[in-house]
Design a protein around this ligand. Sequence first.
Ligand code: SF4
Length: 900
Amino acid sequence: MNHANLIASNTSVKDVNTTCCYCGVGCGVTATVGHNKIIGVKGNSAHPANKGKLCVKGSALHETQDFSDRLLQPMVSGAPSSWEEAIALGAQKFKDTINTYGPDSVAFYLSGQLLTEDYYIANKLMKGFIGSGNVDTNSRLCMASAVVAHKRAFGEDIVPGCYEDLEKTDVILLVGSNMAYTHPVVYQRIVKAKKSRPTLKVVVLDPRKTPTCDIADIHLPIRPGSDAFFFNGLLSYLATEKKLDTQYIEKYCDNFEQTLSAAQSQVSNTAQAAIMCDTDEKSIVSVYSLFANSNTAVTVFSQGINQSSSGVDKGNAIINCHLATGKIGREGAAPFSITGQPNAMGGREVGGLATQLAAHMNMGDNTAHKIVEDFWQAPNLAKTEGLKAVDMFKAVHEGKIKAIWIMATNPVVTMPDANFVREALRRCETVIVSDCIGNTDTAKEADIVFPATTWGEKTGTVTNSERCISLQKGFLTAPGEAKHDWQILAEFAQAMGFNEGFNYQSPAEIFREHAALSGYRNNGTRCFDISALANLDDHDYFNLKPTYWPVSNNPTTSNKRLFRDGHYYTANRRAQLVAVTAQFPKAVPRNGDLMMNTGRIRDQWHTMGRTGSSSKLVSHTDEPYIDMHPQNATLLGIKPGDLAELSNRNAHYFGRVNVTDSVRLGEIFVPIHWNDNVASSSRADALVNAITDPLCGQPEFKHTPVTAKAFQPAWQGFMLTTTAVTPPSRYWSKILLQQGFKYRLADTTPVTDWPRWVREQFPNIEQWSEVLDSHNQHYKAVGYVEDAVVITLTISPSNTIAEENSWLENQLGQLCDSGNRFAILAGRPNNGLEDAGKIICSCYQMGEKTITEAINAGHNTTEKLGEKLKCGTNCGSCIPELNALIGNAAQPVEGSVQPA
Ligand code: SF4
């Protein structure tokens, strides 16, 4: 009996410690479980990452355990299959392809959502036994720049610091990171530290004014992509002001003179820095001076740096400044690349990138080849790098890769030029997808689909942004025939004929092997060494406490802060500064283009597969949107709340426009989460150019010139339904409600006969009550089946947005007598109850109108609002928005409008 079954077989309610499956913060979660269900979750106060806190996504983990489209059995060519048949067919297809076209004609595309044990086997199978380097991962889309920057500077992909450094430092520079939304619990740790120690200074470098700026002492809205100019300028300033740590440089660093010279030749003074970064010199000097005169500083960098055509150089420009001032390897002093996904780090550790071998060893290194070959007893070890994600899908499109297996990720939504990726999969001879969800945009393109277990069902380790290894525990029995990814991979490998290396019985066994490899012939040459964990027995593995790597002989001593002795993992053990020639983004805008920046929203994760199944989480932002500067909106004839269409090549994105000066003139921001299951055409990454950093292959997601125009519908409206439908309109978006679904609709084709239209679209409705004001083009209809409300439709003229309220949503599915039918048709309760407005606090479902009323009544601090309405008192994710509402109430700002 495996661990999950052991727990699940005991039907009494119990608490299980595990780890959140979303972002790279890696919070410890205590799940309360009973009768094979998660009853509730809370933060694990013993976990060093979050010390008991969870953000809104983590707090809702128990609300996302039932998805209607859960994949329950293998599928072959769209039809249910047995595991034996599906595995045998997939393995045979891979074998035949390799026999005919060679090992590089097949590929694996993995995910930072996988557990380290899954990653380890996939990497071992492809690189050690199939003999190709073609195993890459969606971490290529978020972390590849930092990986190469670390390797160039430190000799190995190493994050030097830990979260605690953010609480102990004098200055935090948050660069290209909307941490309030993307790493909320770390952000809350900074908020708390700053509150208790107001001398802690926070600087945000971001073209956008994001909610993270709520705690910024200085926000520099720099020109997009100008970060390396900024840090080259900082290095020059440090030299000019004699703020370099010359002793540290002399003792521990190489290449300083060339690096400084390169920086000075580009940005020799603060005036130049201000010009290159398109911001005011005074602010630049303030930030430079803060960094120069502080004893400690942490520079946190994230996707704003990494997702760039020169992301590696940007990372090194940051690291250069820390090395040159000795602000590294000490408490509160580090360049800190913070990862996006829960196990991006674990994937990097096993070598899950096409550019790495295994256990932080490199491709093309003969010593490493020999070590791995011997350890794995690998018959066909790959010795050259495989194709990175963008090139991998290009090779699929060109027919060079003829069989691909995609695990736990959705590249048809997340890759740049995502329509090209979809077309590539359609051309590919064999596409295998393993996932827990059956109808993702990628799974729809698969020939073979393997049902995989998901969070709560599978056991394995993840490594968070601060190198802390934690266990995600399986405590639920998997539904249907779902299997763990490591099991699927092991069976697949054996079906390919590789029996010896893949006869695993548990994730613990795989972890022990992974840990042993990290220490194999290491002798201190590789920092990634967790060999002290190689002898954990099953019990200790299943009860593994959060553990920082490297882990020496004593697993209880953790090593949270690295490079304390000034020794690095380069050939000569000295850090390498890297001369950086800063560059702007590659894509040149056409006349009239707006520059599209992409990113996450507060309550959603990636492509909404899991978070989209919580009505609470989707209530905060329920429609794809576009943040647009007021002047651009005016030029395009767009008003707040209008729809707009963005396009690039043949891809289109529809979104509701939020007119706001939080974005710079000429720039727009759109969220990445929407997919074809929840919107007619709002996959933002389909518009992104597949331009990559030549050093690491990471795409430039943050900078895409797009054509923007007003979408001018003949009509628009919203529809509530008890069951999901595919709306017959050019634009639609869908969210889950507790009682059904809500759709926003719009179309350019006028409808002349609405009563006829609804009856044609919904022929199964037994009774309609409706009202038509043809003069003003308003139409409302409510459809009933057996006296229960199953659909409401509210249509408005093109230029108005139909009013919505939660009362009407609550009527869905309810029996309705004749006395109440008029109220439902009117869309308002007879007693005149007011709607709470746009949801701000997801935890307590508190809306903007209610909060604003409370502020106006004198509850004008977050503490007072918390006392009055509870908003902001659980996860705290909404506090920046509460502060914004408090600020707006005190001093209304024209032109700043929330999304409709
Ligand atoms: Fe999960 Fe939120 Fe913690 Fe990230 S910050 S790991 S999403 S609870």
